[in-house]
Design a protein around this ligand. Structure first.
Ligand SMILES: [Zn+2]
Ligand SMILES: [Zn+2]
Ligand SMILES: [Zn+2]
Ligand SMILES: [Zn+2]
Length: 638
């Protein structure tokens, strides 16, 4: 008995001494980071909410196309390099930067900067002055009674001068200067009484200078020496042409801004002003404002795809292009965004879709809708920047299996400008239940592939798992691992056994006798399942040529999940069942998993008919020899 009692007593004696301290430390080590994280996320959410309200993104925005004039602030906990506040001129470690014009401000200065400093304007009236000066310190337009700012919005009238000549700080464009900015003029030596450059000739656009925080590698457009090397807010960058210049060299530069090397891709703000006002008779009066060989690019991005890469890319595109050319599909629909095309010359616009194949399909559906609305002449060409997980379509068109951040935004835009037009077949998948159906057929658009069997089952399991725990799927590699797990699991279960007895297949009206199969895949494009060239396969027998614009679908069969895996690693070929203009599948009396372009579901007895819907206008990167493109392959003969 004594021994038994001694045991627990000894343990109890151990606990109060060591245990309490240990418990306290453990609690502190676990709880403190958790509490800190929660506090930070609450603060961030509040700040983003405040920004959204400030930016006027809510209802009552200024224009249906989203032509707001406010800054697009992005808060950062630590600026990546030495930064000075554009409003007060003091050094800033943390704060907000504008994605469009590149202003950087303290959190405390943000509200004043929003009111006083002009952002890169989407729309500008012609006949403006020498351009606004951003940056509070020593802006020559500011306190000296030099030409003030000018309101560039359509509401500003054709003259565009809000404050008029000699009205100090009158317009929106010259807010800074001496107006309450500590340090003011004294801090900028060599700038006294400089009236600033003269206005450019009427009809030309002035530069929009933003002071300080210049890119690290730069050289002055006037004298060729490095700018912005002093540790203060000094020297300027034009947020349209991206030229930089010393404060003292500004007067040596031409006053008109040519929009820089990517001017072919940019919509000049004056163009939009005129286009909106003279919607009835565009082409003739607008041609003088358009750059030569103009090919404006509209960027449609899904900010949630690709590990937040889309968000930073959108910022870079906004800083190069007119902000109105970059649309987040999280805030707007593609159809709404594409209405900008109706203000631009017909057949000139190129759309760059940043996202996975699903986003591309969404945009192509919206373009088809434009056709139904009778806006045929405004239909743009589509290029792809592959973010996200499924990028088989982008791979087929030559844009690669996934963007890794190794190419600059400028280089991407140049590629889109230089790319070659091509066509892509789009298909309609009509699923009719039994012989009679009260609900009418289900109709899908298809760009990539339709499948029934193990491939669709894998997609279905993956889809369900993602619905249940979305936090697991923020990473491309984890996505692939989960997909692989379901693939191997299905090998053991064989859920789609004896498909050949449950299904009838007709290619162009001709019944095909099926071998013992578990799955059928109908392909429009060369790549399938994340980078596998399915129709081509391996081995020495070369199949009939296939293309994504020949009006033909390729139909293949697979023996099961294990066979799928073997095809992936090039150890086996699929069963090639044939090519056809119309594919008809009859599922007789059981339920099977199906998918169209990665969208899976379980389908009972039904008839599936796949026919051609339209041809989409796409762009492939310059110099890309697509081996499966019939139109390119036959061109040299003619
Ligand atoms: Zn500040
Ligand atoms: Zn801005
Ligand atoms: Zn410029
Ligand atoms: Zn210089």
């Amino acid at each position: 008995m004594e021994e038994g009692a001694a045991g627990p007593q000894g343990e109890a004696g151990l606990w109060p001494g060591v245990g309490a301290g240990l418990l306290l430390w453990t609690a502190a080590a676990v709880l403190l980071p958790v509490l800190l994280t929660c506090w930070c996320s609450v603060r961030r959410a509040r700040r983003e909410e405040a920004l959204r309200r400030g930016r006027g993104l809510g209802p009552g925005s200024r224009h249906s196309l989203g032509l707001g004039s406010g800054h697009t602030w992005l808060y950062t906990d630590l600026f990546p390099r030495p930064t000075y506040c554009s409003l007060c001129g003091q050094a800033a470690l943390l704060g907000s930067s504008c994605l469009s014009c590149g202003l950087c401000v303290h959190e405390a200065c943000q509200a004043r900067a929003q009111r006083r400093l002009r952002c890169k304007e989407s729309v500008q009236a012609p006949g403006g002055g020498p351009g606004g000066w951003e940056g509070g310190l020593g802006a020559p337009g500011g306190g000296l009674g030099a030409p003030g700012g000018w309101e560039g919005a359509p509401g500003g009238g054709p003259g565009g001068w809000e404050g008029g000549l000699g009205a100090p700080g009158g317009g929106l464009g010259a807010p800074g200067g001496g107006l309450g900015a500590p340090g003011g003029w004294e801090g900028a030596p060599g700038l006294q009484a400089d009236p600033g450059p003269l206005p450019p000739a009427p009809g030309l656009q002035p530069h929009h200078w933003v002071r300080g925080n210049l890119p690290i590698c730069n050289s002055c457009a006037a004298c060729g020496l490095q700018c912005g090397s002093q540790p203060r807010l000094c020297d300027c960058r034009c947020c349209w042409c991206q030229r930089v210049a010393h404060d003292g060299c500004l007067s040596l530069l031409p006053t008109a801004c040519d929009l820089g090397p990517l001017r072919r891709a940019i919509i000049p703000p004056r163009y939009l002003y005129t286009a909106i006002r003279q919607r009835a008779s565009p082409a003739s009066q607008l041609s003088s404002i358009c750059p030569e060989n103009w090919c404006p690019i509209l960027v449609l991005a899904n900010a949630r795809s690709g590990n937040n890469m889309a968000q930073s890319l959108m910022g870079e595109f906004r800083s190069i292009l007119n902000p109105v050319q970059v649309v987040d599909l999280g805030c707007s629909t593609p159809l709404k965004a594409l209405q900008l095309c109706t203000l631009l010359p017909s057949h000139a616009v190129r759309v760059l879709v940043c996202g996975g194949d699903g986003t591309v399909g969404w945009v192509l559906d919206a373009i088809d809708e434009m056709k139904y609305k009778g806006q045929d002449q405004y239909i743009p060409h589509v290029a792809i920047l592959p973010l996200g997980t499924g990028n088989d379509l982008s791979n087929t068109l030559g844009w690669g299996p996934g963007y890794t951040g190794d190419v600059t935004a400028e280089a991407i835009l140049q590629k889109v400008l230089d790319g070659d037009p091509m066509k892509l077949d789009r298909w309609r998948v009509r699923v009719t239940k039994g012989f009679y159906s009260f609900h009418g057929p289900k109709i899908f658009s298809m760009n990539n592939y339709f499948s029934i069997g193990p491939d669709a089952l894998m997609a279905l399991n993956f889809h369900e798992c993602r619905e249940q725990s979305p936090f697991l799927f923020s990473n491309r590699i984890i996505n692939k691992a989960v997909y692989f797990f379901y693939g191997t699991r299905d090998c053991l279960i064989q859920a789609c056994k004896d498909l050949d007895q449950k299904i009838e297949l007709e290619l162009d009206g001709e019944r095909i006798s099926l071998p013992k199969l578990e799955g059928i895949i109908v392909l429009n494009i060369a790549y399938w399942g994340g980078g596998c060239r399915l129709w081509e396969g391996t081995g020495d027998i070369s199949p009939p040529p296939a293309s994504h614009n020949d009006g033909l679908l390729e139909v293949v069969g697979v023996y099961g999940s294990f066979h799928c895996a073997q095809i992936h690693v090039k150890l086996a070929n699929p069963v090639r069942l044939g090519q056809a203009h119309t594919v008809r599948l009859i599922l007789k009396n059981s339920a099977m998993p199906m998918q169209v372009d990665g969208e899976p579901w379980v389908q009972g007895p039904c008839t599936v008919v796949i026919t051609q819907k339209t041809q989409a206008l796409m762009i492939s990167p310059p110099g890309e020899q697509l081996d499966d493109d019939v139109s390119l392959a036959t061109q040299p003969d003619t």
